[in-house]
Structure formats: structure tokens, C-alpha cells
Write a protein that binds this ligand. Sequence first.
Ligand SMILES: *[C@@H]1O[C@H](CO)[C@@H](O)[C@H](O)[C@H]1NC(C)=O
Ligand SMILES: *[C@@H]1O[C@H](CO)[C@@H](O)[C@H](O)[C@H]1NC(C)=O
Ligand SMILES: *[C@@H]1O[C@H](CO)[C@@H](O)[C@H](O)[C@H]1NC(C)=O
Ligand SMILES: *[C@@H]1O[C@H](CO)[C@@H](O)[C@H](O)[C@H]1NC(C)=O
Ligand SMILES: *[C@@H]1O[C@H](CO)[C@@H](O)[C@H](O)[C@H]1NC(C)=O
Ligand SMILES: *[C@@H]1O[C@H](CO)[C@@H](O)[C@H](O)[C@H]1NC(C)=O
Ligand SMILES: *[C@@H]1O[C@H](CO)[C@@H](O)[C@H](O)[C@H]1NC(C)=O
Length: 393
Amino acid sequence: MAPVHAACALLSLAPLLVLGVPPIWTQPEQVHLSYPGVPGSMVVTWTTFNKTETKVEYGLLGGRLFEMSAKGDRNSSTTVGSDDGWSDMFTFTALNDSTSFSPRFALYGDLGNENPQSLARLQKETQLGMYDVILHIVTPNPTLTQRSELSRPTTAAVQNIAVFLPLINFSNYRNRFSMPGQTESLWYSWNLGSAHFVSISTEVYFYLEYGQELLFKQYEWLKKDLEEANKPENRAVRPWIITMGHRPMYCSDDDQDDCTKFDSYVRLGRNDTKPPAPGLEDLFYRYGVDLELWAHEHTYERLWPVYGDKVCNGSKEQPYVNPKAPVHIITGSAGCRERTDRFNPNPKDWSAFRSTDYGYTRMQLVNATHIYLEQISDDQYGKVIDSIYGGKG
Ligand SMILES: *[C@@H]1O[C@H](CO)[C@@H](O)[C@H](O)[C@H]1NC(C)=O
Ligand SMILES: *[C@@H]1O[C@H](CO)[C@@H](O)[C@H](O)[C@H]1NC(C)=O
Ligand SMILES: *[C@@H]1O[C@H](CO)[C@@H](O)[C@H](O)[C@H]1NC(C)=O
Ligand SMILES: *[C@@H]1O[C@H](CO)[C@@H](O)[C@H](O)[C@H]1NC(C)=O
Ligand SMILES: *[C@@H]1O[C@H](CO)[C@@H](O)[C@H](O)[C@H]1NC(C)=O
Ligand SMILES: *[C@@H]1O[C@H](CO)[C@@H](O)[C@H](O)[C@H]1NC(C)=O
Ligand SMILES: *[C@@H]1O[C@H](CO)[C@@H](O)[C@H](O)[C@H]1NC(C)=O
């Protein structure tokens, strides 16, 4: 991993970069960018089979090619690039850190390297410049290796843009780069445009064998982070609070997952830990989280604003204008080995729209008062099958 700074200070310029390496064992692959949450910086991560040097060469668009370089950190025996040759050349546009910037996102979960149904479409739209950021609501599952999750096709599609990969291999988290202001990169927050984003691990509610203390640590961090973000002076600058987590607390699938249960661990916590572990619903409600993005279920589902299993519409006519509780979107149907899930035929009142089509979600954070989301069906050749405007103020 090589943090690339300097180049990104000029936000509208696109730094060019290449990565070291040829013979197959040292050829970099799975190149991707991630935004560490620090304006004017970008992190480049890649993989090689054999140990080599770690180097990125780059320059500004319009400037001399490769006039700058950065050396990085290598973390495990199978990662990183070198100076034995070079990767393809990539370009990217650094993120605009103005609070009036209106970022456009593609978001999805559960896009695997087998059956990555939505990939071609996402890749094309990315190349057409339709997105500023991809939010990959990744499967942080101990049974997945870093290689299977960070698969070639996935990263090929997203390598020109900022990819957020909060967690790959749960037991491998110490070897992931650290997000700023936060422990071990299991959970972190960052700002973009008029929103404060919070990324959390829901796996801490399920894999207690990896450390029950993580669950409590995350909760304490989350509480502080949301409390801060919800302060009037911070809300005035970034009125939106958006959370991302892998496993939802509500869903109407028929697969017996946690979200299908009234007593969802993620929603209400666990009482088989000592002390009992608090869930997330109350916390998110208390600090006025606006939007909660989830995946894991291999379907798309949009909820009416909900708290305590009850619908809390802004008004009957405009449920998403000044909603009285957070809005949940579950978008886990990008395409993976397990194919899409099925729905329970009798959804609860909070279920507003659902689809088993393969697809992904587009989101635009328009401004301080407007947010727009739409769902794309890959099965229906890119048709927009659902859309909402959310508003406040
Ligand atoms: C890659 O590593 C393997 C295992 O350590 C070694 O046998 C092989 O010679 C290395 N290949 C190159 C090109 O360095
Ligand atoms: C991994 O890289 C980080 C820096 O990003 C470093 O602090 C850490 O010690 C490295 N871990 C190992 C096991 O090399
Ligand atoms: C960043 O976004 C703001 C608001 O849209 C815009 O005024 C500004 O020109 C942008 N900055 C760059 C460097 O593109
Ligand atoms: C996850 O990462 C750990 C630490 O690097 C490694 O020992 C383990 O084998 C990985 N898990 C799987 C399933 O590959
Ligand atoms: C403990 O949690 C289980 C499952 O979430 C729930 O059914 C039970 O009512 C809870 N017990 C208490 C005492 O809260
Ligand atoms: C919430 O709003 C939707 C859309 O207007 C409506 O269908 C639903 O009945 C409302 N639910 C409640 C509890 O008001
Ligand atoms: C925010 O965007 C909406 C939709 O484009 C527009 O109607 C509204 O005037 C904008 N508000 C501000 C404060 O710019």
C-alpha cells in the first residue's frame, strides 16, 4: 500500500500513476483506490503473488508523466508490487472536499467474483464518468479470503475510482490499512459533500469468538462519533448522517437471517454476552441518522422510515420529507455465487419496495436538503425500477 499525497492537492486534476512490476509472480493485480477520508489524499492498494518492492509512480494530468513517486508499506507475504516492471497506467480524479460538492455514488453489496452480474454495467458507467465514489458494502466474513473478495473482476471495474473497502477478512483486519481517527479499520467515518458517513462492522455481533470486546469498542466509538456529528454546529455544515453496514437490522427475505427476526442482534443487541450488548437501532435513532445502507441479503429492499418496528413517515404524502426515523436501503443483489434470495410473501408495513432482480443503487447527495436514490435492474438492461427523493428542512 502506498499512500499518494501531493498529487491530490489539486483536486480537479487527474494524477496519472503506474505500479511497479512484470513477471507474472510480481505482476500487480487487483489495483484499487480508496479514500482514507483525508482531503487531498488517496491510497493505492494492489496484490502480487511474490514479495517485491512497493512503488507507485505518478504525475498530474498535463504535467510530466511519472515525475513523482511514493513507496508504500507491505503487509503480508502475498501482497504488493515492485520495480521489476509496471502495471497499466491509471488515472483518477481526486475527490472534491467542498461541502457544496454533490457527489454521485454507486452502491452495492455482495458483488462476487463468481457471477458478478452487474459488473459490466457498473464498469461502463464508471468509465462514462457517472460516479465519483463507489461504496462497496463488503462481506466481512471470516470464511472469505482476501483474494476471493478482492477478486480480479471486481477491482478491474472499480480501479479508476475511489473504492471503500471497510473490511475484507475479519481475522485479517490487523493487516488492513488503518482509516484515520479510528482503531484497526473495522469501523471509521469520513465526510464528503454535505454528509457524514459512518462505516461499521455488523460482524462483531456474530463472531464473538474474534473478540467480544470489539463489539463494545465499536459501540463506544460509534456513540461518540454520532454524538459529535449530531452537534448543531456540525449538522449545520453536514446535515446528513449516513451509515453503512453489511448485515441489515430489518428485511423481509425468507432466509432466516438475523434481519428476518424481530429480535435481530444488529437491531436490539445480544443478551448472551456479559454485559448484554446493545443493538444499533436506538443509537441511530437517538442521533438522528438519516439513511442506513445495508447489503448481505441478495435482494433490494427500500423501507419506509422505521423505528421500533413501526413506520414513522414524515407525512402520508411525503414519507421521506423530514422522516421521523431513519430510512433503510438494502442493496445486496449486485451478483454473487449464491444468486438472489427470495422474499417472505407477507412483508411488514415498513417494507415499501422490493426486488429480486440483480442490480445496484445510485445515490446523489444533491445538497443540504435533497438526496436522491434509484435502483437499477441489471436483469432489465439498466432500467430504473425504483427511485426516491429524500428531503429535510
Ligand atoms: C516466487 O515465490 C516462490 C515461492 O517462494 C518461489 O519458488 C519462486 O521462485 C518465486 N518466483 C519468482 C519469479 O520470484
Ligand atoms: C502493516 O502496515 C502498517 C502501516 O500501514 C504498519 O503500521 C504495520 O506494522 C504493518 N503490519 C505488518 C504486520 O507488517
Ligand atoms: C468543488 O465543488 C464545488 C461545489 O460544487 C465547486 O464550486 C468547485 O468548483 C469544485 N472544485 C473543483 C476543484 O472542482
Ligand atoms: C484471514 O486472515 C488471516 C490472517 O492473515 C489468515 O490467517 C486466515 O487464513 C485468513 N482467512 C482465510 C479464510 O483465508
Ligand atoms: C434475550 O435475547 C433473546 C434473543 O434475542 C430474546 O428472545 C430474549 O427475550 C432475551 N431475553 C431477555 C431477558 O431480554
Ligand atoms: C407511509 O407512507 C406510505 C406512502 O405514502 C403509505 O403507503 C403508508 O401507508 C404510510 N404508512 C403509515 C404508517 O402512515
Ligand atoms: C437543493 O436541490 C433541490 C433539487 O435540485 C433544489 O430544489 C433546492 O433549491 C436546492 N437547495 C439548495 C439550498 O440549494
